[in-house]
Write a protein that binds this ligand. Structure first.
Ligand SMILES: NC(=O)C1=CN([C@@H]2O[C@H](COP(=O)(O)OP(=O)(O)OC[C@H]3O[C@@H](n4cnc5c(N)ncnc54)[C@H](OP(=O)(O)O)[C@@H]3O)[C@@H](O)[C@H]2O)[C@@H](O)CC1
Ligand SMILES: [K+]
Length: 498
């Protein structure tokens, strides 16, 4: 597991390492600059000819990093110049020091108007210290970089991205690569910042690890974390891995129930029961003969529900459920009676959005998986309000409604329901997964993780990560336009064992 910091947190990590541990600021900066120079050197090697590099710098420490990287490259024999965006802003002490060293080293200083003449730009205009919208000469320089045909390497974060949210603060550099220091930045992980960062390298520059202990940074997973999925015990039977009850489907809607149930099986569930509208039972039995399939109708749903709930160790409610009166009644009944972890998705969330008090009154573990549209209905927020700071919105909702919130988007965020709860930012997945049925698969994968006895918040995070990895493998096999939810179900095994 890795951590991603906001700019404010980065500053605290800097301060802790510098003030409390006594590591000089310039030592950290030298390592940041070496890491940046190494990335630039890698890119230079791809050109197979002499290239011209320009470090474009503000007068903060992000600019100081870029000046230092330019000097290191110049000492390596690469042709590098420096352009400083000059306004009446006060320079930092480190910036002044780096400029003196660069001057002593004979580096050439040019005007920013020369940007289009260079092959590679080192973007050190703003880093995590950006605190407001980019305007005036800064906006002009960013425009010039973006419309010039050069390769851009951003220092720490593309200039203009809000490190806390990934939002563009009116203008931002579009980087091909970003070298970020110590920990990834939230702004590099959430769109549009994620797209503008290009390929992100996280470089260790010697921050003291103690520093993040009091900060509650966001978490993310890498493929190493897949090793944490527990092995299957030899001394076990189907009961060891729980019984997942999938309450899904409605008249003539059987696919969602199948996708959800099959995904739970593929990720570890011992037994899956699908409780669905009676007209779906035959088809689901054919699609998934391993499942117990029980049908209900408008008259007997209550009694069927009671029987099935008694045996379940985890419940999925909502995929393809519809919003008819029976679906309303089922949703209310489940929220009243269910006493095991409950994963709520799709139509059940839309029903809850009509009366949010239903969610508030639920007192057991709930994991809700709205996509952005469903989350807007649940909260009444507009898309702009929500995406302005999606991590904060997710944390706030999770805490208020005491639910583990999986906010599905191109970058899914998971938030824990407590004060100062954890937040997880997902790094797996692909645009190939923008297809119907993917959400149904996700509910099953999360249920699968729960059936392996992973604690609920981690099960939600791991489920999201695994689902994304399966989508990536499916894309490799099928191509980006052709992946369907059923392909992801069938590839889950490869993802678990990756
Ligand atoms: N030892 C360390 O500390 C290490 C630091 N490291 C590096 O430092 C970076 C953070 O440096 P930083 O804090 O100096 O902030 P930075 O991003 O350079 O810019 C701040 C300047 O911009 C200004 N400003 C803000 N918004 C503006 C706007 N819209 N338009 C115009 N001006 C605006 C702001 O002015 P003010 O808001 O005060 O008016 C201030 O002058 C970090 O990303 C990493 O690269 C690494 O080397 C590791 C060791
Ligand atoms: K930058």
């Amino acid at each position: 597991m890795k951590y991603a910091l906001t700019g404010r947190m980065s500053k605290e990590v800097d301060r802790f390492t510098i003030d409390k541990m006594g590591v000089p600021s310039l030592v950290l900066m030298e390592r940041a600059a070496v890491s940046t120079a190494m990335k630039v050197a890698e890119i230079v090697a791809l050109f197979r000819r002499n290239v011209r590099i320009l470090a474009v710098c503000g007068k903060g420490n992000n600019g100081a990093d870029a000046v230092a990287a330019a000097r290191i490259l110049s000492w390596q024999g690469v042709a590098v110049d420096i352009a400083v965006i000059d306004d009446d802003r006060k320079e930092t002490e480190e910036f002044a020091t780096q400029m003196t060293i660069a001057g002593n080293s004979g580096l050439n200083f040019v005007n920013v108007s020369a940007i289009p003449e260079y092959d590679i730009i080192i973007d050190g205009i703003f880093g995590t210290g950006l605190s407001r919208n980019v305007e005036g000469i800064y906006a002009d320089v960013i425009d010039l970089i973006n419309c010039s045909n050069n390769v851009v390497v951003s220092v720490d974060i593309p200039s203009g991205i809000d490190s806390e949210t990934g939002a563009v603060l009116s203008k931002a550099v579009k980087a091909d690569a970003t070298v970020t220091f110590g920990y990834n930045k939230v702004g590099n992980m959430i769109y549009p910042g994620k797209e503008l960062s290009g390929e992100v390298t996280v470089a260790d520059i010697g921050f003291c690890p103690e520093a993040i202990k009091t900060l509650n940074p966001c978490m993310y997973f890498t493929e190493d974390d897949l090793r944490k999925i527990p092995d299957r015990k030899a001394y076990s039977n189907k009961g060891t891995y729980g019984k997942i009850l999938v309450i899904a489907g409605s008249r003539d809607m059987s696919g969602a129930a199948y996708l959800s149930g099959a995904s739970a099986y593929r990720t570890g569930a011992g037994l899956v029961e699908i409780l669905t509208y009676e007209s779906n039972t035959d088809i689901i039995k054919k699609l998934l003969p391993e499942a117990i399939v029980t049908g209900y109708n408008e008259d007997n749903y209550c009694c069927m529900l009671e029987k099935s709930l008694k045996k379940a160790t985890c419940v999925i409610l909502g995929p393809g459920l519809s919003k008819d009166i029976t679906a309303h009644n089922i949703t209310e009944e489940v929220l009243k009676r269910c006493e095991v972890p409950l994963i709520i998705d799709a139509d059940a969330l839309n029903i809850i959005a009509e009366d949010i008090s239903l969610l508030k009154s639920y007192s057991h573990v709930a994991i809700i998986t709205p996509h952005i549209g469903e989350f807007m209905r649940l909260t009444g927020l507009t898309k702009e309000e929500l995406l302005k700071d999606s991590v904060a919105a997710a944390k706030c909702f999770a805490q208020e409604f005491n639910v583990i919130l999986v906010m599905k988007n191109a970058v899914t965020v998971v938030a824990e329901p407590c004060e100062n709860g954890r937040a997880y930012i997902n790094s797996s997945g692909t645009g190939a997964m923008s297809k119907a049925g993917m959400g149904d698969v996700l509910t099953g994968v999360i249920a699968g993780m729960l059936s392996l006895r992973i604690e609920p918040f981690s099960a939600a995070c791991m489920g999201v990560y695994l689902h994304g990895i399966a989508g990536e493998i499916a894309e490799e096999e099928q191509g980006s336009h052709s992946v369907m939810a059923g392909d992801v179900v069938n590839i889950l095994g490869k993802a678990v064992n990756k």
